[in-house]
Design a protein around this ligand. Structure first.
Ligand code: SF4
Ligand code: SF4
Length: 348
């Protein structure tokens, strides 16, 4: 396991961080085994959020007795002072700890949301107050719009940023990561598998591992998954492999969707998932999770071309800040069913 100084935060963090988001979906004993195995094998960064169902409680229940062994990062998605303050207190109680190493203002994708959190009476004020009281050691921010995050961190109010960086979403490399490097801030990449769409797993993990980030948060729910993720980082990435991975990321990222979720579809087509997986599907086929997703969305996808309100001007495209051709991509993916191409499901 590689350890690096976490920017100006200073703590020596492991390159692999345990993403605890999906732990609420598995039996408590399985979660306990996975978290303890991770700590026993060198992972010292645990990432959760108040909004991840009872993930914080699971952490409190299973590893709070080992609190000195890990850097604990949580998040609040509240925007006002009062609810953020309450949520911070609740997080501490749930995780059975007196302090968190990092509190991130969670999922900030809109300018007005950022302003709300940062203005007087906003969530940032609650975070700062908790920091003064020793309940929070550092303050960070997370979001899905790298170019906005790159601007916001220029305020100097954050120590760390959590952003997407994976083979299908390499966009943080353009402005955000260079800015964070300039400011010596903590750089944490999330979703190396893009929610289960990217394969093979080791290649997926090695791409962010080849870049200038301190921690890669991978969502894990079992000892086997922890082992698989650790194994992917056993060797350092050499120049040749890095170049190959970067080239692949350029191709898989051609869809240009940042998963900002500004778009919505009246017939509930999950647009960002289809955008992001579109290039992966062409190159690699789909993982079982992706295959299941397409099967579930099949009727909606097939309805897109005939949906009357979108005939002249697709509603979704009017909402996209990147002016992407989503309707075309969705309709192309409908062709996938019509041609009855079999999905190339590959086991993880
Ligand atoms: S064009 Fe298709 S995906 Fe976009 S809003 Fe209309 S029905 Fe939904
Ligand atoms: S398609 Fe556009 S609006 Fe929708 S999630 Fe992607 S970038 Fe955002």
């Amino acid at each position: 396991m590689r350890y690096r100084e976490f920017g100006k935060i200073g703590y020596k963090v492991s390159s692999l961080g345990f993403g605890a988001m999906n732990l609420p979906g598995v039996p408590l004993e399985q979660a306990r085994d996975a978290l303890n195995y991770a700590l026993d094998h060198g992972i010292n960064y645990i990432d959760t959020a108040a909004g991840y169902r009872n993930s914080e409680e699971i952490i409190g229940e299973t590893i709070s007795h080992r609190r000195s062994e890990y850097f604990l990062a949580t998040k609040t998605n509240k925007r006002d002072y009062k609810s953020a303050k309450e949520e911070i207190e609740r997080s501490l109680q749930r995780m059975k700890t007196d302090y968190v190493d990092l509190l991130q203002i969670h999922y900030v994708n809109y300018v007005n949301e950022y302003k709300q959190a940062m203005d007087e009476g906003g969530a940032y004020e609650a975070a700062l107050e908790a920091k003064k009281a020793g309940k929070v050691r550092h303050i960070g921010i997370t979001g899905h719009r790298p170019e906005l995050l790159a601007k916001w961190v220029q305020s100097g109010k954050f120590d760390q940023v959590l952003f997407h960086l994976n083979l299908a979403q390499p966009f943080a490399l353009d402005e955000l990561i260079p800015e964070l490097v300039r400011q010596n801030m903590g750089r944490v990449a999330m979703k190396p598998l893009s929610g289960g769409f990217i394969q093979p797993v080791d290649k997926a993990i090695r791409y962010p591992y080849s870049q200038d980030v301190h921690v890669i948060i991978s969502g894990m729910v079992s000892v086997d998954e922890v082992k698989e993720n650790i194994a992917a980082m056993e060797r350092e990435v050499g120049d040749e492999e890095r170049t190959e991975l970067e080239q692949l990321a350029r191709q898989l990222g051609e869809h240009n969707c940042r998963r900002c979720n500004y778009c919505s579809c009246p017939i509930e087509i999950r647009i960002p998932d289809i955008m992001i997986s579109s290039k992966i599907r062409e190159h690699f086929g789909l993982l079982p999770k992706g295959t299941g997703f397409y099967e579930r969305q099949k009727d909606n996808i097939l309805s897109c071309a005939d949906y009357e309100p979108c005939r002249e001007k697709p509603l979704c495209e009017q909402q996209c800040p990147y002016h992407l051709p989503m309707a075309t991509v969705i309709r192309e993916s409908a062709g996938y069913f019509k041609e009855a191409k079999p999905f190339k499901a590959v086991n993880r």
